[in-house]
Design a protein around this ligand. Structure first.
Ligand SMILES: C[S@@+](CC[C@H](N)C(=O)[O-])C[C@H]1O[C@@H](n2cnc3c(N)ncnc32)[C@H](O)[C@@H]1O
Length: 424
């Protein structure tokens, strides 16, 4: 498990401010590293344990995808001039290498899934035929359940062929013992007008449409549930102003992942996303009481997931582990005399951001905690959001014997610095 975790002083972050151990707690672990390194390390612990794996790998587009970082108070208030565009990931691969890597990932995936588990692979026309054959070979054709078509109406029309307006999601089970609960994803039929039918209200006040055929009346109640088929055209792409948007290109809507997570896992199960990106699957899993595992090698995925998952953690424990090679020199550990800069009251140390940075406008997130055993345990933080674009300039840190005091600062350039109390 430890094999590929990098050897610098800090190997990861853990946030558990409200975490109380009991068997209902859910737990999230994000691995910041190359997928193949991480999967090899996950196997001894999770073989046959993961209920649901969703993955949305690069689509083999030949494009560069960005992360839009809002800068300072004005950036978070919506000023479009105060945005820095970072490269989130580069989707350019050698063809042979791309497919052989995908095959290796699917071989690990098969082993990691539990006997009642399922896999959903989100791709498009560029790779779907090749990946379908690969998965048929690994999972067995009999375990292929659906090719879900996610149809959306985004702008842009092609002139030389029909416009491409769908993605493909291949759905496989590990075995015929797989768990699938359609009841959780029913949608009320609604009040939409129905041609040739009559609208009425029954004796219990329920609205229905009815039609008579061969002397028999058929009723369709507005509050009856209907269940999605394999064509999903009711979930729109995230438009530019959607509040769900994190600034990470290729972010998928939570509604799409909700349908998958609710149908193919139970509360308390382990849900994994091996190309986590902005953390959509992880957020949906966390909000629905599932444990989660995320993997990605983009620094801006790590940053976005941290921002997205920590505020909604509630009673969850969240951990981020860094693997060798993924940090790209952007994670820096500085030994510092923090105790010289502290004030304290009875229960707390008070730390000031201005003691660590000259220009707070360049800071996007900062936190305070303790380092123990190479893990930073974050106990308090402040980050900019549209609702709260200003940072707290001071943070209180509960006084306790939890290791060396540490301040974590993440700036708008993607650099994250840990100021760690010098060990004496
Ligand atoms: C299409 S995006 C996933 C988007 C995600 N579903 C969401 O809703 O935000 C693909 C992700 O794969 C990650 N990725 C690409 N190659 C990787 C590798 N070798 N190891 C880990 N992650 C990788 C990229 O950094 C990117 O975040």
């Amino acid at each position: 498990m430890e094999k590929n975790i990098c050897s610098k002083t800090i190997k990861g972050e853990r946030y558990s401010p409200l975490y109380i151990e009991n068997d209902k707690d859910v737990h999230g672990i994000y691995y910041f590293g190359d997928i193949l390194d991480v999967l090899e390390a996950l196997l001894p612990k999770y073989e046959g344990q993961i209920q649901l794996i969703y993955m949305d790998p690069p689509f083999f587009t030949g494009q560069v995808f960005k992360y839009q970082q809002r800068v300072g108070k004005m950036g978070w208030e919506g000023d479009r001039d105060k945005i820095i565009s970072h490269i989130a990931y580069i989707d350019k691969y050698d063809r042979k290498e791309f497919f052989s890597t995908m095959e290796e990932i699917f071989l690990y995936t098969y082993r990691l899934l539990s006997v009642d588990g399922s896999l959903y692979v989100h791709i498009d026309y560029r790779t779907s035929a090749y990946i379908k054959i690969m998965l048929d070979n690994i999972f067995g054709e009999e375990n292929f359940l659906n090719e879900i078509i996610w149809h959306y109406k985004s702008g842009g029309r092609a002139k030389k062929h029909f416009s491409r307006k769908h993605d493909n999601i291949l759905f496989y089970r590990k075995s015929d013992k797989y768990y699938f609960n359609m009841e959780t994803i029913g949608i009320p039929r609604g009040l939409d007008r129905r041609n040739n039918m009559k609208k009425d209200v029954d004796e219990d006040g329920r609205v229905y449409w009815s039609i008579k055929s061969a002397g028999k009346e058929y009723r369709y109640y507005a509050d009856d549930k209907i269940y999605p088929s394999d064509v999903w055209d009711d979930i729109p792409h995230l438009h530019q102003k959607n509040p769900e948007r994190t600034g990470y290109d290729t972010q998928k809507p939570e509604a799409l992942l909700e349908r998958i997570v609710l149908a193919s896992s139970r509360p308390g199960d382990v849900v994994a996303d091996f190309f986590a990106g902005s953390g959509t699957t992880l957020a949906v899993a966390q909000n629905n009481g599932r444990n989660w595992i995320g993997v990605d090698n983009s620094l801006f995925s790590l940053h976005t997931c941290r921002r997205r998952l920590i505020p909604s953690a509630n009673f969850n424990k969240i951990e981020f582990f860094y693997y060798d090679g993924a940090d790209d020199g952007n994670i820096i550990v500085v030994e510092s005399n923090i105790t010289d800069k502290l004030t304290s009251d009875k229960n707390n140390y008070i730390l000031c951001l201005s003691d660590f940075v000259d220009d707070a406008a360049t800071v996007d997130f900062w936190g305070v905690g303790y380092v123990k055993g190479d893990i930073y345990n974050g106990l308090n933080y402040s980050m900019r959001t549209p609702d709260s674009p200003e940072l707290s300039m001071t943070l209180a840190l509960n006084i306790c014997e939890k290791g060396s005091i540490c301040v974590q600062i993440i700036d708008v350039y993607g650099v994250q610095v840990f100021y760690k109390e010098k060990e004496t």
